[in-house]
Design a protein around this ligand. Structure first.
Ligand code: NAP
Length: 363
């Protein structure tokens, strides 16, 4: 099979490093270009990252000597060299919107980890197991941009990637009335390690800027409908969230309380979770977990250290389902924030886009 040539914009960052470790051995994708800011451009990747390498895994040999390009100045060369790019950059919203649109207009599809385009009406925000049908809006986006193959597709925020998958299978059959969720989020979600954020050692910070709004609103977009070439967000359920930074390296946990319109039996919920399959499993995509949702019966699971790497960090772990005094049920979920929640989710979305014919290998 011919491999797709890919570029990573923001390859020196936390998500970029994860992308590089996932893509170096990928069966469909060939890591060809790494780009970042002018600060890193012109240097071999290993030197540009320097002491910032944040992963336990070794830096892939293949990446070490790639000369980092300038994401903005070299955009045209990059767009001509690769079949598509992943984008994970730390810039202000206006600059990200401009950068992503620049690549799309250069006929280079962009799979984005950034939040800037998550509410652009014709930009699909897709979790491959939940809402692959949203990719249909790409046709109208390409018309708006005046492109033949260039477009932007995004993945959702890492905070919602465990409780939304857990609730999704019941939405159609039972209806969801209201959700209360508290998230306990790892420091890598802020692009940090303990070395670079010593304030987090032995500490909890009850504030993550912008995160509660994303956690309350993004599920409604995932559960929205395609109408007239745009995504129309769902208007229910009502969702309220508190997001808290906790001293763990990787893995976001959530405690969820839910009331359904019609209450499903507990046994059915557990069976549904363990048997749930989405488009990623149907297509047997290389990064798809064989089982997306895993229910743990032990009273003290899932735990961050033992469960976050489940199925390559791409599965969601669920536990402690029980009746609640004020809501129908409460339960706990966990997913890896830089794998399923960021880089891995982006790679899975790219695999879906390739498998479903939205991206071709042009070179
Ligand atoms: N960490 C997570 O768990 C997570 C989860 C979901 C989404 N995200 C999103 O992913 C994006 C990246 O997050 P991160 O945690 O990887 O951030 P990060 O570690 O701070 O890395 C930022 C990257 O952006 C690059 N960059 C900064 N300014 C630039 C510019 N002017 N032009 C080109 N590149 C520039 C940096 O390049 P230099 O090295 O050259 O400065 C670096 O490669 C953010 O939008 C974040 O919200 C993160």
């Amino acid at each position: 099979m011919k491999k797709y040539k890919i570029g990573i914009i923001g390859g020196t960052g936390m998500v970029g490093q994860r992308l590089i470790t996932l893509l170096a051995p990928h069966p469909w994708f060939d890591l060809t270009v790494i780009a970042a800011s002018g600060r890193s451009a012109g240097q071999p990747y290993e030197k540009a990252v320097g002491g910032r390498w944040a992963l336990k895994a070794e830096m892939p040999e293949k990446a070490k000597n790639i000369i980092v390009m300038d994401a903005d100045k070299d955009a045209e060369i990059i767009a001509n060299t690769v079949d598509f790019v992943f984008c994970a950059v730390n810039m202000d919203k206006a600059a990200i919107l401009a950068l992503e649109e620049k690549y799309a207009k250069l006929e280079c599809p962009v799979i984005s980890n950034n939040s800037a385009n998550r509410w652009t009406p014709d930009v699909p925000m897709v979790v491959p197991e939940l809402n692959p049908e949203h990719l249909a809006v790409l046709e109208s986006q390409k018309k708006r941009l005046g492109t033949k193959r260039g477009f932007i597709a995004v993945k959702s925020n890492c905070s919602i990637q465990n409780y939304v998958p857990a609730l999704h299978p019941f939405r159609e059959k039972y209806g969801i009335d209201k959700i209360l969720v508290c998230t306990y989020q790892a420091i890598s979600g802020a692009g940090k390690t303990f070395e670079r954020w010593p304030e987090m050692i032995d500490n909890v910070i009850p504030y993550i800027g912008g995160e509660e709004e994303k956690s309350e609103k993004e599920p409604l977009r995932i559960w929205g409908k395609v109408e007239g070439g745009v995504i129309v967000p769902a208007t229910e359920p009502a969702i309220t969230a508190q997001c808290i930074r906790v001293p763990v390296t990787d893995g976001h946990m959530s405690a969820t309380f839910v009331t359904f319109k019609k209450k499903p039996p507990m046994e059915e919920m557990i069976e549904t979770w363990n048997n749930f399959k989405g488009r990623a499993q149907e297509l047997n995509l290389p990064s798809a977990p064989k089982q997306f949702l895993h229910y743990f019966t032990e009273p003290d699971r899932p735990q961050t250290r033992s469960e976050r790497e489940l199925e390559g960090g791409m599965a969601v772990s669920i536990g402690r389902l029980r009746p609640d005094t004020q809501y129908d049920y409460k339960f706990v979920t966990l997913s890896h924030n830089t794998l399923r929640g960021a880089a891995g989710g982006g790679v899975l979305l790219a695999e879906l886009l390739c498998a479903d014919g939205y991206i071709d290998a042009k070179n």
